[in-house]
Design a protein around this ligand. Structure first.
Ligand code: TRP
Ligand code: ZN
Length: 476
Protein backbone atom coordinates (compact mmCIF):
# COMPACT_ATOMS: atom_id res chain seq x y z
CA UNK A 1 0.00 0.00 0.00
CA UNK A 2 1.33 3.38 -0.91
CA UNK A 3 -0.02 5.65 1.77
CA UNK A 4 1.17 4.83 5.26
CA UNK A 5 0.68 8.08 7.08
CA UNK A 6 -1.83 10.86 6.56
CA UNK A 7 0.62 13.09 4.77
CA UNK A 8 3.44 11.21 3.16
CA UNK A 9 5.22 13.77 1.07
CA UNK A 10 7.94 15.99 2.46
CA UNK A 11 6.60 19.49 2.79
CA UNK A 12 8.62 22.11 1.01
CA UNK A 13 9.68 25.13 2.98
CA UNK A 14 7.65 28.09 1.80
CA UNK A 15 7.98 31.76 2.80
CA UNK A 16 5.99 32.35 5.94
CA UNK A 17 3.10 34.73 6.24
CA UNK A 18 3.80 37.95 8.12
CA UNK A 19 3.46 37.42 11.86
CA UNK A 20 0.09 38.49 13.15
CA UNK A 21 0.01 40.90 16.01
CA UNK A 22 -1.26 39.49 19.22
CA UNK A 23 -3.25 41.80 21.42
CA UNK A 24 -2.00 42.17 24.98
CA UNK A 25 -4.34 40.46 27.45
CA UNK A 26 -5.72 43.62 29.07
CA UNK A 27 -6.57 45.21 25.74
CA UNK A 28 -8.21 42.01 24.58
CA UNK A 29 -10.31 41.90 27.74
CA UNK A 30 -11.38 45.52 27.26
CA UNK A 31 -12.37 44.77 23.68
CA UNK A 32 -14.36 41.72 24.71
CA UNK A 33 -16.17 43.69 27.40
CA UNK A 34 -17.11 46.55 25.11
CA UNK A 35 -18.37 44.29 22.33
CA UNK A 36 -20.27 41.87 24.55
CA UNK A 37 -21.89 44.66 26.60
CA UNK A 38 -23.33 46.36 23.51
CA UNK A 39 -27.10 46.10 23.80
CA UNK A 40 -29.50 44.97 21.10
CA UNK A 41 -29.88 48.58 20.05
CA UNK A 42 -26.17 49.39 19.58
CA UNK A 43 -25.66 50.91 16.11
CA UNK A 44 -25.28 48.56 13.15
CA UNK A 45 -21.69 48.31 11.91
CA UNK A 46 -19.91 46.28 9.22
CA UNK A 47 -19.03 42.73 10.29
CA UNK A 48 -15.32 41.87 10.51
CA UNK A 49 -13.45 40.23 7.61
CA UNK A 50 -11.92 37.54 9.86
CA UNK A 51 -12.64 35.79 13.16
CA UNK A 52 -9.20 36.62 14.54
CA UNK A 53 -7.51 33.25 14.05
CA UNK A 54 -3.86 33.78 14.98
CA UNK A 55 -2.60 31.61 12.09
CA UNK A 56 -5.20 32.59 9.45
CA UNK A 57 -6.25 36.21 10.12
CA UNK A 58 -8.56 36.45 7.09
CA UNK A 59 -10.46 33.22 7.56
CA UNK A 60 -14.05 33.33 8.70
CA UNK A 61 -16.01 36.50 9.33
CA UNK A 62 -17.40 38.40 12.27
CA UNK A 63 -20.91 39.31 13.35
CA UNK A 64 -22.97 36.25 12.50
CA UNK A 65 -23.27 32.54 13.09
CA UNK A 66 -24.38 30.20 10.28
CA UNK A 67 -26.91 27.51 11.14
CA UNK A 68 -27.51 26.00 7.68
CA UNK A 69 -26.07 25.93 4.16
CA UNK A 70 -28.18 24.80 1.24
CA UNK A 71 -25.92 24.33 -1.75
CA UNK A 72 -27.50 23.66 -5.12
CA UNK A 73 -24.72 22.79 -7.53
CA UNK A 74 -24.51 21.77 -11.16
CA UNK A 75 -21.18 20.50 -12.51
CA UNK A 76 -20.14 19.62 -16.04
CA UNK A 77 -17.05 17.37 -15.78
CA UNK A 78 -16.05 17.93 -19.42
CA UNK A 79 -16.04 21.75 -19.31
CA UNK A 80 -15.21 21.93 -15.56
CA UNK A 81 -17.95 24.50 -15.12
CA UNK A 82 -19.77 24.82 -11.83
CA UNK A 83 -23.03 26.67 -11.40
CA UNK A 84 -24.17 27.10 -7.85
CA UNK A 85 -26.59 28.75 -5.52
CA UNK A 86 -25.83 28.94 -1.82
CA UNK A 87 -28.67 29.71 0.53
CA UNK A 88 -27.19 30.53 3.91
CA UNK A 89 -29.23 30.81 7.09
CA UNK A 90 -27.45 32.69 9.86
CA UNK A 91 -28.08 34.61 13.06
CA UNK A 92 -26.64 38.09 13.56
CA UNK A 93 -24.52 38.13 16.73
CA UNK A 94 -24.39 41.95 16.61
CA UNK A 95 -26.23 44.63 14.66
CA UNK A 96 -24.85 44.54 11.11
CA UNK A 97 -24.87 47.11 8.34
CA UNK A 98 -22.89 44.74 6.10
CA UNK A 99 -21.08 41.41 6.46
CA UNK A 100 -18.50 39.23 4.75
CA UNK A 101 -18.44 35.76 3.24
CA UNK A 102 -15.32 33.88 2.11
CA UNK A 103 -15.25 32.95 -1.59
CA UNK A 104 -12.16 32.37 -3.75
CA UNK A 105 -12.50 32.75 -7.52
CA UNK A 106 -15.81 32.19 -9.36
CA UNK A 107 -18.20 34.90 -10.57
CA UNK A 108 -20.93 36.17 -8.30
CA UNK A 109 -24.11 36.65 -10.33
CA UNK A 110 -26.79 37.63 -7.87
CA UNK A 111 -27.06 38.17 -4.13
CA UNK A 112 -30.04 38.63 -1.84
CA UNK A 113 -30.58 39.04 1.89
CA UNK A 114 -34.02 38.16 3.25
CA UNK A 115 -35.31 37.97 -0.31
CA UNK A 116 -34.24 41.48 -1.32
CA UNK A 117 -31.30 42.35 -3.56
CA UNK A 118 -28.10 43.01 -1.58
CA UNK A 119 -25.10 44.92 -2.89
CA UNK A 120 -22.01 42.72 -3.36
CA UNK A 121 -18.36 43.74 -3.58
CA UNK A 122 -15.27 41.52 -3.87
CA UNK A 123 -11.75 41.96 -2.60
CA UNK A 124 -9.60 38.85 -2.92
CA UNK A 125 -11.47 36.05 -1.18
CA UNK A 126 -13.67 38.46 0.79
CA UNK A 127 -17.20 38.89 -0.54
CA UNK A 128 -18.98 41.76 1.21
CA UNK A 129 -22.77 42.00 1.19
CA UNK A 130 -24.73 45.09 2.12
CA UNK A 131 -28.40 44.30 2.75
CA UNK A 132 -31.11 46.82 1.89
CA UNK A 133 -31.75 47.35 5.61
CA UNK A 134 -29.55 46.77 8.69
CA UNK A 135 -29.72 43.40 10.43
CA UNK A 136 -30.55 43.73 14.13
CA UNK A 137 -28.60 41.72 16.69
CA UNK A 138 -30.16 38.29 17.25
CA UNK A 139 -32.08 38.26 13.95
CA UNK A 140 -31.99 35.14 11.81
CA UNK A 141 -31.47 36.10 8.17
CA UNK A 142 -31.19 34.31 4.86
CA UNK A 143 -28.60 35.10 2.23
CA UNK A 144 -28.50 33.72 -1.29
CA UNK A 145 -25.50 33.86 -3.57
CA UNK A 146 -25.80 32.69 -7.18
CA UNK A 147 -22.40 32.05 -8.75
CA UNK A 148 -20.60 30.19 -11.51
CA UNK A 149 -17.23 29.58 -13.12
CA UNK A 150 -14.39 27.08 -13.07
CA UNK A 151 -13.55 26.34 -9.46
CA UNK A 152 -9.82 26.17 -8.73
CA UNK A 153 -7.39 24.33 -6.50
CA UNK A 154 -5.39 26.23 -3.87
CA UNK A 155 -1.79 25.65 -2.87
CA UNK A 156 -1.27 25.83 0.89
CA UNK A 157 1.67 27.53 2.63
CA UNK A 158 3.17 24.04 3.08
CA UNK A 159 2.90 23.28 -0.64
CA UNK A 160 -0.01 20.82 -0.55
CA UNK A 161 -3.05 21.19 -2.76
CA UNK A 162 -6.65 21.49 -1.70
CA UNK A 163 -9.92 23.08 -2.78
CA UNK A 164 -11.51 21.96 -6.05
CA UNK A 165 -9.27 19.22 -7.46
CA UNK A 166 -9.88 17.76 -10.90
CA UNK A 167 -9.66 14.01 -11.31
CA UNK A 168 -9.45 11.85 -14.45
CA UNK A 169 -13.24 11.63 -14.66
CA UNK A 170 -14.58 14.42 -12.45
CA UNK A 171 -13.48 16.32 -9.39
CA UNK A 172 -13.20 16.21 -5.62
CA UNK A 173 -13.50 19.12 -3.19
CA UNK A 174 -11.23 19.01 -0.13
CA UNK A 175 -11.20 21.88 2.32
CA UNK A 176 -8.51 21.66 4.99
CA UNK A 177 -7.69 24.26 6.08
CA UNK A 178 -9.16 26.80 3.64
CA UNK A 179 -10.25 25.18 0.35
CA UNK A 180 -14.03 25.14 0.87
CA UNK A 181 -14.18 28.72 -0.31
CA UNK A 182 -13.19 27.55 -3.82
CA UNK A 183 -16.64 25.99 -4.33
CA UNK A 184 -19.10 27.74 -2.03
CA UNK A 185 -19.32 31.04 -0.12
CA UNK A 186 -19.20 30.55 3.64
CA UNK A 187 -18.04 31.63 7.05
CA UNK A 188 -14.89 29.64 6.42
CA UNK A 189 -13.59 28.91 9.90
CA UNK A 190 -13.91 25.78 12.09
CA UNK A 191 -15.48 27.82 14.91
CA UNK A 192 -18.73 28.22 12.95
CA UNK A 193 -20.29 24.80 12.36
CA UNK A 194 -23.61 24.33 10.58
CA UNK A 195 -25.99 21.79 9.02
CA UNK A 196 -25.92 21.27 5.24
CA UNK A 197 -28.09 20.23 2.35
CA UNK A 198 -25.93 19.66 -0.72
CA UNK A 199 -27.64 18.87 -4.03
CA UNK A 200 -25.32 18.14 -6.94
CA UNK A 201 -26.47 17.69 -10.52
CA UNK A 202 -24.13 15.81 -12.88
CA UNK A 203 -24.52 14.07 -16.25
CA UNK A 204 -26.23 10.68 -16.08
CA UNK A 205 -23.69 7.93 -15.38
CA UNK A 206 -21.71 10.11 -12.97
CA UNK A 207 -22.10 9.85 -9.25
CA UNK A 208 -21.87 12.81 -6.86
CA UNK A 209 -20.99 11.80 -3.31
CA UNK A 210 -21.08 14.17 -0.36
CA UNK A 211 -21.31 14.26 3.43
CA UNK A 212 -24.21 12.83 5.39
CA UNK A 213 -27.00 10.73 3.95
CA UNK A 214 -28.35 10.49 0.41
CA UNK A 215 -31.96 11.54 0.73
CA UNK A 216 -32.95 11.63 -2.94
CA UNK A 217 -31.60 10.86 -6.38
CA UNK A 218 -33.55 11.92 -9.43
CA UNK A 219 -32.74 11.90 -13.14
CA UNK A 220 -34.25 14.44 -15.47
CA UNK A 221 -33.31 14.92 -19.14
CA UNK A 222 -30.07 13.01 -18.83
CA UNK A 223 -28.87 14.74 -15.67
CA UNK A 224 -28.88 13.21 -12.21
CA UNK A 225 -29.31 15.18 -9.02
CA UNK A 226 -27.92 13.73 -5.78
CA UNK A 227 -29.29 15.37 -2.65
CA UNK A 228 -27.19 14.82 0.48
CA UNK A 229 -28.10 15.97 3.97
CA UNK A 230 -25.87 16.61 6.99
CA UNK A 231 -28.06 17.34 10.02
CA UNK A 232 -25.29 17.41 12.59
CA UNK A 233 -23.06 20.48 12.68
CA UNK A 234 -20.10 20.38 10.31
CA UNK A 235 -17.10 22.68 9.94
CA UNK A 236 -16.58 24.07 6.42
CA UNK A 237 -13.20 22.31 6.08
CA UNK A 238 -14.93 18.93 6.37
CA UNK A 239 -17.45 19.51 3.58
CA UNK A 240 -16.81 17.53 0.41
CA UNK A 241 -18.25 16.53 -2.91
CA UNK A 242 -16.69 13.85 -5.11
CA UNK A 243 -17.86 13.60 -8.70
CA UNK A 244 -16.95 10.76 -11.02
CA UNK A 245 -17.62 7.12 -11.67
CA UNK A 246 -17.74 5.14 -8.45
CA UNK A 247 -18.63 1.65 -7.33
CA UNK A 248 -21.02 2.07 -4.42
CA UNK A 249 -21.08 -0.32 -1.46
CA UNK A 250 -23.91 0.31 1.00
CA UNK A 251 -24.84 -1.65 4.07
CA UNK A 252 -26.07 -1.13 7.61
CA UNK A 253 -23.73 -2.47 10.28
CA UNK A 254 -24.46 -2.43 14.02
CA UNK A 255 -27.43 -0.19 13.31
CA UNK A 256 -25.35 2.40 11.47
CA UNK A 257 -25.83 3.04 7.72
CA UNK A 258 -22.56 2.86 5.77
CA UNK A 259 -21.83 4.29 2.30
CA UNK A 260 -18.51 3.53 0.61
CA UNK A 261 -17.72 4.93 -2.86
CA UNK A 262 -14.69 3.48 -4.66
CA UNK A 263 -13.07 4.72 -7.86
CA UNK A 264 -12.95 1.69 -10.20
CA UNK A 265 -9.20 2.27 -10.70
CA UNK A 266 -8.70 1.47 -7.03
CA UNK A 267 -11.33 -1.28 -6.84
CA UNK A 268 -8.99 -4.22 -6.63
CA UNK A 269 -6.66 -2.73 -4.03
CA UNK A 270 -9.70 -1.52 -2.05
CA UNK A 271 -11.74 -4.70 -1.98
CA UNK A 272 -11.45 -5.00 1.80
CA UNK A 273 -12.31 -1.36 2.50
CA UNK A 274 -16.08 -1.71 3.10
CA UNK A 275 -15.50 -4.47 5.69
CA UNK A 276 -12.64 -2.50 7.26
CA UNK A 277 -14.86 0.58 7.62
CA UNK A 278 -17.40 -1.58 9.48
CA UNK A 279 -14.85 -3.22 11.73
CA UNK A 280 -12.89 -0.08 12.57
CA UNK A 281 -16.00 2.06 13.16
CA UNK A 282 -17.20 -0.63 15.59
CA UNK A 283 -13.84 -0.72 17.44
CA UNK A 284 -13.76 3.07 17.73
CA UNK A 285 -17.33 3.12 19.08
CA UNK A 286 -16.21 0.70 21.78
CA UNK A 287 -13.06 2.68 22.49
CA UNK A 288 -14.27 6.29 22.28
CA UNK A 289 -18.02 6.05 22.86
CA UNK A 290 -21.09 6.70 20.70
CA UNK A 291 -20.50 7.40 17.00
CA UNK A 292 -21.32 11.10 16.57
CA UNK A 293 -23.12 11.04 13.20
CA UNK A 294 -26.00 9.33 11.40
CA UNK A 295 -23.81 7.30 9.01
CA UNK A 296 -20.26 6.14 8.36
CA UNK A 297 -18.39 5.40 5.14
CA UNK A 298 -15.53 6.43 2.90
CA UNK A 299 -14.62 7.77 -0.50
CA UNK A 300 -11.67 6.10 -2.22
CA UNK A 301 -10.62 8.26 -5.14
CA UNK A 302 -7.68 8.12 -7.49
CA UNK A 303 -5.32 11.07 -6.98
CA UNK A 304 -2.07 9.19 -6.39
CA UNK A 305 0.02 12.36 -6.06
CA UNK A 306 -2.16 14.15 -3.53
CA UNK A 307 -0.09 12.92 -0.56
CA UNK A 308 -2.78 13.03 2.10
CA UNK A 309 -6.15 11.74 3.21
CA UNK A 310 -8.85 13.89 4.78
CA UNK A 311 -11.42 13.21 7.48
CA UNK A 312 -14.37 14.65 5.49
CA UNK A 313 -17.39 14.25 7.76
CA UNK A 314 -19.10 10.82 7.67
CA UNK A 315 -16.96 9.79 4.66
CA UNK A 316 -13.21 10.25 4.93
CA UNK A 317 -11.53 10.80 1.58
CA UNK A 318 -8.64 8.54 0.55
CA UNK A 319 -6.64 9.54 -2.52
CA UNK A 320 -5.86 5.87 -3.23
CA UNK A 321 -6.58 2.49 -1.63
CA UNK A 322 -5.87 3.06 2.09
CA UNK A 323 -4.13 0.72 4.48
CA UNK A 324 -5.76 -0.22 7.76
CA UNK A 325 -3.90 2.26 9.93
CA UNK A 326 -4.88 5.18 7.72
CA UNK A 327 -8.54 4.14 7.98
CA UNK A 328 -8.16 4.01 11.77
CA UNK A 329 -6.71 7.52 11.68
CA UNK A 330 -9.36 9.12 9.46
CA UNK A 331 -12.28 7.42 11.21
CA UNK A 332 -10.90 8.48 14.62
CA UNK A 333 -11.18 12.06 13.35
CA UNK A 334 -14.96 11.60 13.17
CA UNK A 335 -14.82 11.85 16.97
CA UNK A 336 -11.67 13.99 17.31
CA UNK A 337 -11.95 16.92 14.90
CA UNK A 338 -15.31 16.40 13.23
CA UNK A 339 -17.55 16.07 16.29
CA UNK A 340 -15.24 17.92 18.71
CA UNK A 341 -13.68 20.61 16.53
CA UNK A 342 -10.82 22.94 17.47
CA UNK A 343 -11.89 26.52 18.07
CA UNK A 344 -8.83 27.77 16.18
CA UNK A 345 -6.17 26.30 13.89
CA UNK A 346 -3.46 26.55 16.56
CA UNK A 347 -5.26 23.71 18.36
CA UNK A 348 -4.68 21.33 15.47
CA UNK A 349 -2.95 18.83 17.78
CA UNK A 350 -6.43 18.16 19.27
CA UNK A 351 -7.17 16.61 15.86
CA UNK A 352 -3.90 15.08 14.77
CA UNK A 353 -2.40 14.07 18.11
CA UNK A 354 -5.59 12.20 19.01
CA UNK A 355 -6.05 10.53 15.61
CA UNK A 356 -2.41 9.42 15.75
CA UNK A 357 -2.86 8.07 19.25
CA UNK A 358 -5.90 6.14 17.98
CA UNK A 359 -3.49 4.36 15.59
CA UNK A 360 -1.19 3.47 18.49
CA UNK A 361 -4.16 2.09 20.46
CA UNK A 362 -5.40 0.09 17.49
CA UNK A 363 -1.96 -1.45 17.00
CA UNK A 364 -1.69 -2.25 20.70
CA UNK A 365 -5.05 -4.02 20.68
CA UNK A 366 -4.50 -5.89 17.40
CA UNK A 367 -1.38 -7.92 18.03
CA UNK A 368 1.11 -5.15 17.33
CA UNK A 369 3.52 -3.25 19.51
CA UNK A 370 2.18 -1.53 22.63
CA UNK A 371 1.59 2.22 22.71
CA UNK A 372 4.55 2.37 25.12
CA UNK A 373 6.76 0.68 22.52
CA UNK A 374 5.57 3.13 19.86
CA UNK A 375 6.23 6.02 22.25
CA UNK A 376 9.75 4.71 22.89
CA UNK A 377 10.44 4.37 19.17
CA UNK A 378 9.34 7.98 18.66
CA UNK A 379 11.38 9.15 21.64
CA UNK A 380 14.61 7.46 20.54
CA UNK A 381 14.02 8.27 16.86
CA UNK A 382 13.98 4.70 15.58
CA UNK A 383 10.45 5.08 14.19
CA UNK A 384 10.50 6.50 10.68
CA UNK A 385 7.54 8.78 11.48
CA UNK A 386 9.35 10.45 14.37
CA UNK A 387 11.43 12.58 11.99
CA UNK A 388 11.06 16.24 12.85
CA UNK A 389 8.86 15.83 15.92
CA UNK A 390 10.99 18.11 18.11
CA UNK A 391 10.89 21.10 15.74
CA UNK A 392 8.34 23.01 17.83
CA UNK A 393 5.89 22.27 20.67
CA UNK A 394 2.64 20.77 19.33
CA UNK A 395 0.21 23.27 20.89
CA UNK A 396 1.97 26.28 19.36
CA UNK A 397 2.64 25.78 15.64
CA UNK A 398 4.81 28.73 14.57
CA UNK A 399 2.82 29.59 11.44
CA UNK A 400 0.11 28.39 9.08
CA UNK A 401 2.77 26.51 7.11
CA UNK A 402 3.31 24.14 10.05
CA UNK A 403 -0.12 23.01 11.20
CA UNK A 404 0.31 19.55 9.69
CA UNK A 405 3.95 19.02 10.65
CA UNK A 406 5.28 16.01 12.59
CA UNK A 407 5.20 17.63 16.07
CA UNK A 408 1.43 18.15 15.76
CA UNK A 409 0.92 14.45 14.98
CA UNK A 410 3.72 12.55 16.72
CA UNK A 411 4.54 14.67 19.71
CA UNK A 412 0.80 15.35 20.17
CA UNK A 413 0.25 11.59 20.47
CA UNK A 414 3.21 11.37 22.85
CA UNK A 415 1.59 14.00 25.09
CA UNK A 416 -1.53 11.82 25.28
CA UNK A 417 0.54 8.76 26.10
CA UNK A 418 2.21 10.68 28.92
CA UNK A 419 -1.21 11.66 30.22
CA UNK A 420 -2.31 8.02 30.11
CA UNK A 421 0.75 6.96 32.09
CA UNK A 422 0.26 9.70 34.66
CA UNK A 423 -3.44 9.05 35.37
CA UNK A 424 -3.82 5.35 34.50
CA UNK A 425 -6.01 3.65 31.91
CA UNK A 426 -9.33 4.04 33.73
CA UNK A 427 -9.02 7.79 34.18
CA UNK A 428 -7.47 8.24 30.72
CA UNK A 429 -10.35 6.65 28.83
CA UNK A 430 -12.83 8.42 31.09
CA UNK A 431 -11.16 11.72 30.13
CA UNK A 432 -11.41 10.90 26.40
CA UNK A 433 -15.06 9.88 26.62
CA UNK A 434 -16.03 12.83 28.79
CA UNK A 435 -14.23 15.17 26.38
CA UNK A 436 -16.21 13.73 23.47
CA UNK A 437 -19.49 13.83 25.35
CA UNK A 438 -19.05 17.36 26.72
CA UNK A 439 -18.06 18.96 23.41
CA UNK A 440 -20.02 16.70 21.02
CA UNK A 441 -20.87 18.66 17.84
CA UNK A 442 -19.11 21.73 19.24
CA UNK A 443 -15.73 23.47 19.49
CA UNK A 444 -13.09 23.19 22.17
CA UNK A 445 -9.52 24.23 22.93
CA UNK A 446 -6.39 22.92 24.63
CA UNK A 447 -7.01 24.81 27.85
CA UNK A 448 -10.32 22.99 28.25
CA UNK A 449 -8.67 19.61 27.67
CA UNK A 450 -6.08 20.30 30.34
CA UNK A 451 -8.75 21.49 32.81
CA UNK A 452 -10.86 18.38 32.17
CA UNK A 453 -7.86 16.07 32.59
CA UNK A 454 -7.01 17.67 35.92
CA UNK A 455 -10.59 17.62 37.16
CA UNK A 456 -11.22 13.97 36.32
CA UNK A 457 -7.85 12.69 37.53
CA UNK A 458 -7.65 14.91 40.59
CA UNK A 459 -4.01 15.60 39.68
CA UNK A 460 -2.05 18.73 38.95
CA UNK A 461 -0.92 18.07 35.39
CA UNK A 462 0.57 21.46 34.59
CA UNK A 463 4.16 20.16 34.43
CA UNK A 464 3.18 17.31 32.14
CA UNK A 465 1.30 19.48 29.67
CA UNK A 466 3.84 22.30 29.82
CA UNK A 467 6.57 19.82 29.00
CA UNK A 468 4.79 17.93 26.22
CA UNK A 469 2.61 20.61 24.64
CA UNK A 470 4.33 23.93 25.22
CA UNK A 471 8.07 23.54 25.91
CA UNK A 472 10.65 23.85 23.16
CA UNK A 473 12.97 20.97 22.34
CA UNK A 474 12.96 17.30 23.24
CA UNK A 475 11.64 16.71 26.76
CA UNK A 476 14.17 15.04 29.09
N1 TRP B 1 -6.16 16.11 8.40
C1 TRP B 1 -5.52 15.23 7.47
C2 TRP B 1 -5.23 13.94 8.24
O1 TRP B 1 -4.27 13.84 8.91
C3 TRP B 1 -4.27 15.74 6.89
C4 TRP B 1 -4.41 17.03 6.19
C5 TRP B 1 -4.89 17.20 4.96
C6 TRP B 1 -4.11 18.32 6.68
N2 TRP B 1 -4.90 18.51 4.62
C7 TRP B 1 -4.42 19.22 5.66
C8 TRP B 1 -3.62 18.80 7.85
C9 TRP B 1 -4.26 20.57 5.81
C10 TRP B 1 -3.47 20.17 8.01
C11 TRP B 1 -3.77 21.04 6.98
O2 TRP B 1 -5.97 13.08 8.31
ZN1 ZN C 1 -5.28 13.39 10.73
Amino acid sequence: MAIISPRTFPRRPVPQRPATHRLPGALLLALLLTTSCGGADSPARPGAAGVGDALFPNLGNGGYDVTHYRLTLDYAPTTHRLRGTARITARATRALSSFHLDLAGLRVRETTVNGRPARATRDGSELTLTPATDLPKGRTFTTTVAYDGEPKALTDPDGSREGWLRTADGAVALGEPTGSMTWFPSNNHPSDKAAYDIAVTVPRGYTAVSNGELIRRTTHRGRTTHHWRTRDPMATYLATVAIGRFDIHTTTANGLPQYVAIDPTEAKASRKVPAQITKITAWERRTFGPYPFASTGAIVGHLPDLGYALETQTKPYFAAAPDERLIVHELAHQWFGDSVTPRAWTDMWLNEGFATYAEWLWTEQHHGRTAQQTFDAFYDGTDEESKGIWAFPPATPPSSAHISDPPVYGRGAMALHQLRRAVGDRAFFRILRTWLKTHRHGNADTRQFIALSERLSGKDLSDLFDTWLYAKGKPK
